[in-house]
Design a protein around this ligand. Structure first.
Ligand SMILES: NC(=O)c1ccc[n+]([C@@H]2O[C@H](COP(=O)([O-])OP(=O)(O)OC[C@H]3O[C@@H](n4cnc5c(N)ncnc54)[C@H](O)[C@@H]3O)[C@@H](O)[C@H]2O)c1
Length: 330
């Protein structure tokens, strides 16, 4: 149990807004600091989307939603909190200067999690006043619905902070995945980047459009990945002979020139325009907010389906639901 359920959200853009909604809808008081004049509007819109989708994931009641306060300074946001989530732009010098300000005023025992997609936690800790409270807690968009958080400790992070972070994330229905060793871009984004590179090549070489690439994912392997991931899927694909047979059959393909993973096509103005035009043609009929609601409805439906089967993200939902029901009766 965490006594002081108050969180500071530093940077309230796409990801900070998602974190703010995840915490607020799980009964945490939220204090936000973001210097942008527009952040209050976008954050309110994210919170509205979260309110219509997150409660539909579970049949148990979530804790009462807590207030969200907008602060005028980092100092005001971080005093007397037990978690600080940094989601400022992905620039190391910006993150370092934000940590200096946070750590001049924040409680020393608070978790200081960074949403960084790429930096290693030891890089984030360089020059910090209290490096031991800093770790990576890397979420996935929309943070209020997707459970995965990659938790990466740096050289100085204490195990107390890591354990506390994992405990709090689990209490909010999330899946903390402890990354064993620091590596640029952690685990999941390395895959996403590999797939993205391949997609960019296929557009550049005229093999497929943005829509055809998306169809190749969403009608096939994307569905498989969402419920079993990569290795369990391949185990099944090996038939009764299993994984070793699968590797014997398809392993040699890795030597063939199928992929261009170590190269990246030059993102010329022409290529960027081509991709943006194809994307407008594919999805321009919907606003971004509409697309977010379509995405959220689909994610809720898929996760509820997995919940029926008590599998993967659905098994996690059942565990969280049992925990919510227990805490509402105790
Ligand atoms: N977008 C994604 O899909 C995604 C997914 C996971 C993690 N991340 C990571 O999350 C972080 C934020 O990314 P984003 O996509 O939300 O970016 P974003 O541009 O949407 O939001 C960044 C916000 O930080 C604010 N900001 C700038 N300087 C600040 C400061 N000094 N103090 C407080 N706020 C400040 C900006 O006004 C902006 O609202 C990055 O580290 C990124 O790698 C992004």
């Amino acid at each position: 149990m965490v006594e002081n359920k108050t969180v500071a959200i530093i940077g309230g853009g796409v990801i900070g807004g998602g974190w703010a909604a995840r915490f607020a809808l799980n009964g945490w008081k939220v204090k936000v600091y973001d210097p942008s004049a527009d952040s209050r509007r976008t954050l309110t819109a994210t919170l509205e989307n979260a309110r219509r989708s997150l409660p539909r994931l579970t049949d148990a009641s979530l804790p009462a939603e807590q207030a969200m306060a907008f602060c005028d300074s980092i100092e005001q946001a971080v005093v007397d909190v037990s978690w600080i989530q940094e989601s400022v732009p992905e620039r190391l010098e910006v993150k370092h200067s934000v940590y200096r300000e946070i750590q001049a005023h924040a409680p020393k025992d608070a978790v200081l999690g960074s949403s960084t997609s790429g930096f290693k936690p030891t890089e984030l800790q360089q020059g910090a006043i209290s490096p031991e409270q800093i770790l990576v807690t890397h979420p996935f968009n929309p943070v209020y619905l997707l459970p995965l958080v990659e938790v990466v400790a740096g050289q100085e992070t204490t195990s107390i902070i890591v354990d506390r972070a994992c405990h709090i994330l689990s209490e909010m229905g999330m899946k903390p995945l402890k990354v064993r060793k620091e590596i640029d871009a952690h685990i999941a984004d390395r895959f996403l980047e590999a797939v993205w590179r391949e997609g960019l090549w296929m557009i550049k070489d005229g093999i497929a459009t943005t829509e055809e690439i998306d169809d190749a994912i969403r009608y096939g392997f994307g569905l498989r990945w969402g419920q079993m991931g990569l290795f369990e899927t391949y185990r099944v694909a090996g038939g009764e002979a299993g994984m070793a047979h699968f590797i014997a059959q398809f392993g040699p393909c890795l030597q063939w020139p199928w992929t261009k993973l170590m190269d990246v096509p030059e993102l010329t103005d022409d290529l960027v325009r081509q991709i943006a035009d194809q994307s407008d043609e594919q999805s321009g009929k919907h606003s971004i907010r509409e697309l977010e609601r379509i995405r959220d409805d689909n994610l809720v439906a898929m996760m509820r389906g997995l919940k029926e089967n008590n599998w993967g993200a659905g098994e996690l939902l059942n565990l969280h639901e049992a925990q919510l029901k227990k805490s509402s009766t105790s």
